[in-house]
Design a protein around this ligand. Structure first.
Ligand code: SF4
Ligand code: SF4
Length: 214
C-alpha cells in the first residue's frame, strides 16, 4: 500500500510563518526556541480535528493532548511542547526527513513483508477484546500466562523473549487476525509509531536512502 506521511522540519521562531505554511501543506514542524524548548506544530483534518498522523506522533512520543491555537500565525493548528524525554526523538525525525524537500512523502509499505509492530509492543487488552477471543474459541488468550500478563492493573499481550508476538506466524500473518486486539486493529501503517517499529525491529529508516518506490 502507498501511504502519504507528513515530513518533519525544524524552524527557528522568526520563521514561524513558514512553519505554519509547512504544516498547512501537510507537514509537521518543530519550532526550536532553545534546546530545552521545542514546540511541535501539527495539522488539522477536514473536520478541524488533529490529523490521525499527528495523533499517532503524539502517542509515539508518549505525550498527551495537543492544543488548538486560537490566535497568531499558528491559528487553527495543533501545538504541543515537547516533554524532556521527547526532544531527542523529535529532532531525530527532523534529521531523518531533512533530505525530503516537500511537506509530504509517499512511501510504500507491505505489512506482510514487515510485521515490525508485532514485536515488543505494548498491547493493552480491553473487555471487548476478551469477548472476541472467547467468541473465536481462543480461550488460551484468556487464561494462558505465557500469552497474557497483567501490568498496572491492565491485561496485556505477552511477547516472546525474542520480542515477537506468539500469534505472529512465520509468514508474518496474525493467527488471531479476525479477532485481533483493538489496539492492533487501529495501528496505522506509515505513522511515527509504525516507522519507529520498523527502525527498531528491522533497522529500516525511512530517510532519503530508503528503498525507492517500485
Ligand atoms: S510496522 Fe507498519 S508496515 Fe510494519 S506491519 Fe506494522 S503497520 Fe505494517
Ligand atoms: S495479536 Fe496479531 S496483530 Fe496483534 S501483535 Fe500479535 S500478531 Fe500482531
Amino acid at each position: 500500500m502507498r501511504i502519504t506521511r507528513p515530513v518533519w522540519r525544524q524552524f527557528s521562531p522568526k520563521f514561524i510563518d513558514n512553519a505554519a505554511e509547512w504544516v498547512r501543506s501537510g507537514g509537521h514542524a518543530v519550532i526550536v526556541y532553545r534546546p530545552s524548548k521545542l514546540r511541535l506544530v501539527l495539522g488539522v483534518d477536514k473536520k478541524g480535528e488533529l490529523t490521525e498522523q499527528g495523533l499517532w506522533a503524539v502517542l509515539a512520543l508518549e505525550q498527551h493532548r495537543a492544543k488548538k491555537e486560537k490566535e497568531g500565525p499558528l491559528k487553527g493548528l495543533f501545538t504541543i511542547l515537547a516533554a524532556p524525554h521527547a526532544r531527542y526523538a523529535t529532532l531525530d525525525w527532523c534529521e531523518r526527513d531533512s533530505g525530503f524537500a516537500k511537506p509530504t512523502r509517499v512511501l510504500k509499505l507491505d505489512c506482510l513483508e514487515c510485521g515490525a509492530c508485532c514485536h515488543e509492543s505494548n498491547v493493552i487488552l480491553y473487555d471487548s477484546d476478551l469477548e472476541r477471543f472467547r467468541e473465536a474459541g481462543r480461550t488460551d488468550l484468556l487464561t494462558n500466562k505465557h500469552l497474557i500478563r497483567k501490568k498496572d492493573g491492565k491485561l496485556r499481550l505477552r511477547f516472546l523473549p525474542s520480542g515477537r508476538c506468539p500469534q505472529l506466524e512465520s509468514d508474518n500473518k496474525c493467527n488471531v487476525y479476525a479477532a485481533r486486539p483493538f489496539n492492533c486493529s487501529v495501528f496505522p501503517a506509515g505513522s511515527e509509531a509504525c516507522l519507529a517499529a520498523r527502525e527498531s525491529t528491522l533497522n529500516l529508516r525511512d530517510d532519503v536512502d530508503a528503498r525507492p518506490l517500485a
